[in-house]
Design a protein around this ligand. Structure first.
Ligand code: KIV
Ligand code: ZN
Length: 496
């Protein structure tokens, strides 16, 4: 079996989509999920583009162990300096640098010549090599670059030290045969002893997965993909489609490191965090991807799955017999769902999660997998030295916002009241009154999980205490309670 490297760019190309921006806390959550999914490379951001992107690359580098962390740059020295700095905590690091190589880019973007672009590409790779061993070069708009010129560029950057050369079909223009021939041309005309070729396809004409597979069949050994195929315009190649196509066709003799059972959970996480619904008929992860409605199909599938299904839904983490969780579900049903979601809990944790589950089920009709993940995260995270005993708020328009809070700190009970410019402000001030630590809230994000006024609200909070950053998270159908709990979750991380 030959290994195909999976380069995930959900947090860079995917995150460029308007409205899909994630905060650092969420990016860390995604990076950790990508690590357990088994991706080889995580493209964590474009550090020179903003302080937020820089910080995310730093924090992801700290949070993740196995995958290589990659940072994007233009062919500009300053970009490379900043990327190298952002990657300083990464255990395995890669700089991804490059320049446009099509006539459109050379003429209109750079007002330059083919030879000058090659010189700049060589100089850029050599500059990046001063910082890291692993340098990937992208020939932007390679899809519309002539094969002869592209081969010259690829050979030149490999000679300069590039370990991976990315052949992006930036505009999503190529036909599958054309993209496959491009990769074959490079395999035949470039010395690839010291480097591999990577695909990077866009979905403008709906051919990203087909083009990527054609690239692999013709010799590319890395694919650049995103979860759910999210990305600029029509999107990038979707990770789940490529991985499952390769896995379903054993005759290709190619394998990836992906733990396919984690595909569905991470697909849902990305969709929720980015507020980007998945089209119901999306291959592999869409709601209808395994739903047979015609009588003939149902009859066949009931007799034997293989009659109409080429993938067992369980292989991508979808449990087709999922029991719907409601207020009447027992502990065993909850435990079964937690196991399906790959969450291990001991008996004590299960008892607590079950208690929270019953409370939530009283307020909300359908308990989704996201709700269960959140409830489990709440009970398994943190030291819980400080617990919220009760919270009462009086708020409205034309009256003062007042919060009364009761905390249990290591068994001792404390109470305080405070006013604020809103119920959340009042609640946090009352908590501060008790814990008496000088903290500053630096980031505060409230999000609904699904839809409807009975929905669970998720709160992410980033607080600063004595020069250190601490993250807090909670979820509750009451967003004031979720905010107070997220604050307490963060301070529990430093209160000893
Ligand atoms: O599509 C593209 O060309 C890119 C490069 C920056 C790698 O995303
Ligand atoms: Zn791209």
């Amino acid at each position: 079996m030959e290994k195909l490297f999976i380069f995930d760019t959900t947090l860079r190309d995917g995150e460029q989509v308007p409205g899909c921006q994630l905060n650092t806390i969420e990016k860390i959550e995604v990076a950790r999920s990508l690590e357990s999914l088994g991706v080889d490379v995580i493209e964590a951001g474009f550090p020179v583009s903003s302080p937020g992107d820089f910080n995310s690359v730093v924090e992801i580098s700290k949070a993740v162990t196995w995958p290589t962390i990659c940072a994007l740059t233009r062919a500009v020295q300053k970009d490379i300096d900043v990327a190298a700095e952002a990657l300083k905590y990464a255990k395995k690091k890669r700089i991804h640098t490059g320049i446009g190589t099509s006539d459109y880019h050379i003429k209109y973007k750079f007002n330059s010549t083919q030879d000058e672009i090659i010189e700049r590409a060589i100089a850029t790779v050599k500059y990046a090599k001063k910082y890291v061993e692993d340098v990937e070069f992208y020939a932007e708009d390679a899809g519309r670059t002539s094969n002869e010129y592209l081969a010259r560029v690829v050979q030149a950057v490999i000679n300069a030290g590039a370990t991976v050369v990315n052949i992006p079909d930036t505009t999503g223009y190529c036909l599958p045969t054309e993209y496959g021939e491009k990769i074959k041309y490079l395999v035949d005309h470039v010395d690839l002893k010291n480097a591999i070729l990577s695909t990077h396809c866009h979905q403008d004409l709906g051919m990203a997965t087909a083009n990527t597979i054609m690239g692999v069949l013709n010799g590319a050994r890395q694919v650049e993909v995103t979860i759910n195929g999210i990305g600029e315009r029509a999107g990038n190649t979707s990770l789940e489609e490529v991985v499952m196509a390769i896995r379903s066709h054993k005759e290709l003799n190619i394998e990836t490191n992906i733990n396919t059972q984690k595909i569905y959970p991470i697909s849902r996480t990305i969709s929720n965090l980015m507020n980007m619904p998945i089209q119901p008929n999306k291959a592999i992860v869409g709601r209808n991807a395994f739903a047979h409605s015609s009588g003939i199909h149902q009859d066949g599938v009931l007799k034997n799955l293989s009659t109409y299904e080429i993938i067992d839904p369980k292989d991508v983490g979808i449990d087709d017999n999922a029991i719907v969780l409601t207020a009447r579900s027992g502990r065993a049903a909850l435990k079964n769902r937690l196991n399906l979601l790959k969450i291990e809990v001991n008996d004590l944790e299960l008892a607590k999660v079950y208690q929270d589950f019953l409370e939530l089920a009283d307020k909300k009709k359908d308990i989704t997998d996201e709700d269960v993940l959140i409830l489990a995260g709440k009970e398994t995270n943190g030291m819980h030295r400080i617990k919220l005993e009760y919270l009462q708020v009086i708020s409205g328009i034309g009256i003062r916002n007042i919060a009364n809070v009761g905390l249990d700190i290591a068994g001792e009970k404390f109470e305080a009241s405070a006013t604020g410019n809103g119920p959340v402000d009042a609640a946090i001030k009352a908590i501060k009154e008790i814990v008496r630590r000088q903290t500053t809230i630096q980031e505060f994000l409230i999000q609904a999980i699904n839809k409807g006024s009975d929905d669970t609200g998720k709160v992410h909070m980033q607080i600063e205490y004595e020069g250190q950053i601490y993250y807090g998270f909670s979820a509750n159908t009451d967003i004031v309670a979720a905010s107070a709990e997220a604050y307490i979750n963060a301070i529990n991380k430093f209160v000893k």
